[in-house]
Design a protein around this ligand. Structure first.
Ligand SMILES: Cc1ncc(COP(=O)(O)O)c(C=O)c1O
Length: 385
């Protein structure tokens, strides 16, 4: 079985002094996870705001990772959802303007599967209203802030399955103008050292083995692991991490040489457009702006849920780790609804996106043979409509 996602974890590069691509404008704070980094960003936005008394509000997309909700709630803030644009993973900026209130402290612009959000548009709105723009780049590398320092801060995840996989951890990038005040808040957090000891090395070997077709096939047979299911996990701790020298650099160097597959998928799946499918990724990640952008998976939209589900089944039966990603809009994810106002019916574009999204593996082990199988299966799934 070709795993849906994830690249091999690296070993630290000794003697590599690779400048981090955002270092000119942002200070890097390593954290225990991407969720922790996002939560720390929310804490900074609250402490920067002059809000007194009211519950702080943070805006996020109605289709997204439930960790966004966990990060906001952990800071005593209220998540406020905004619907997506039609057939697109990005927030509708008109609806975003309407959602901004006097209690808003930040907007989270979350990149999706490797595509950064439309940050310049979000930044204009945030600037007008005096709220922070947090770039959530957990699914994208490099973050857009390395190109243009418009976000007040940005978040990276180094978890399994992320563009830079260090088997866990994350980073909060704080723009230099905010860093002195941020240091006052962040230096108060506990700090742990990540050790590259024998246990780490065994874990890495095992993890990398399980990424192979044989290893992943075995892993899938263990039902209680619930591989690929989306669940809400509250955030209960916040700490900084001291990373060993050369580990992140090794991850970045490996990501840079990974083959770019988005344009190949774009060409091979072009025929689906005439059949009512929507391809929203290829032009965004294979054009000039997307140069060198690592994609997490290749996502596109089926004409309806029935066809999407049939296509996923057929692909899985033929050894391709396709899936529906989160499967539902945020209000429908178990454990999240009680923390939000409104149901998925209030966010029709997010609900339709969740019903029709299918994602394909885009890692370094996808072969031309896999792409041919994918084309054949998708043609068959569509022919039965
Ligand atoms: C968009 C987004 N933000 C934040 C996170 C949280 O990252 P972590 O898993 O490192 O806590 C994720 C995790 O999948 C994510 O997809």
């Amino acid at each position: 079985m070709l795993r849906p996602v994830g690249s091999r974890a690296p070993v630290p590069h000794s003697g590599t002094h690779l400048g981090l691509p955002w270092a000119e404008n942002y200070h890097t704070w390593y954290m225990g996870s991407g969720t922790q980094a996002l939560s720390a960003a929310v804490r900074l936005a609250i402490s920067w705001s002059s809000l007194e008394g009211a519950v702080p509000e943070v805006i996020l997309p109605a289709y997204g990772c439930p960790d966004l909700v966990a990060a906001v709630v952990a800071q005593g803030a209220r998540p406020v959802l905004v619907d997506l644009l039609p057939d697109c993973p990005f927030m509708d900026t008109e609806k975003l303007s309407q959602a901004l209130s006097d209690a808003t402290v930040a907007v989270i612009g979350a990149g999706f599967l490797g595509m950064p959000e439309q940050l310049p548009m979000l930044a204009d709105l945030c600037r007008e209203r005096g709220v922070w723009l947090i770039e959530d780049s957990a699914q994208c590398f490099p973050p857009d802030c390395a190109r243009e320092p418009i976000a007040d801060c940005a978040v990276l995840s180094f978890g399994r399955g992320k563009p830079i996989n260090l088997m866990g951890g994350g980073a909060l990038l704080v723009r230099d103008d905010h860093n002195p005040a941020a240091a006052n808040v962040l230096c108060g957090l506990p700090e742990e050292q990540l050790k590259i000891d024998w246990k780490w090395k065994v874990r890495r070997r095992l993890f990398n083995f399980l990424l192979g077709r044989f290893g992943y096939g075995l892993l899938r047979r263990i039902p209680f692991l619930g591989l690929g299911t989306t669940v809400y996990k509250p955030l209960t701790s916040l700490y900084r991490v001291r990373l060993p020298a050369g580990l992140l650099e090794a991850g970045i160097l490996e990501a840079r040489v990974r083959p770019a597959i988005a344009s190949k998928y774009g060409q091979k799946l072009e025929f689906l457009r005439q059949l009512g499918w929507s391809l929203f990724m290829d032009s965004k990640v294979s054009g000039a702006n997307g140069e060198g952008q690592v994609i997490l998976r290749y996502g596109f939209l089926a004409p309806n849920r029935k066809t999407r589900d049939r296509a996923i089944k057929a692909l899985n039966r033929n050894g391709i780790g396709a899936n529906a990603f989160y499967g539902q809009a945020l209000p429908d994810i178990e454990g999240v609804s009680g923390l939000l106002h409104g149901s998925a019916r209030n966010f029709p574009n997010a609900a339709s996106f969740a019903e029709r999204l299918i994602t394909l593996p885009s890692h370094e082990d996808v072969t031309d043979q896999d792409v041919s199988v994918i084309v054949t299966m998708l043609s068959a799934a569509t022919a039965r409509d």
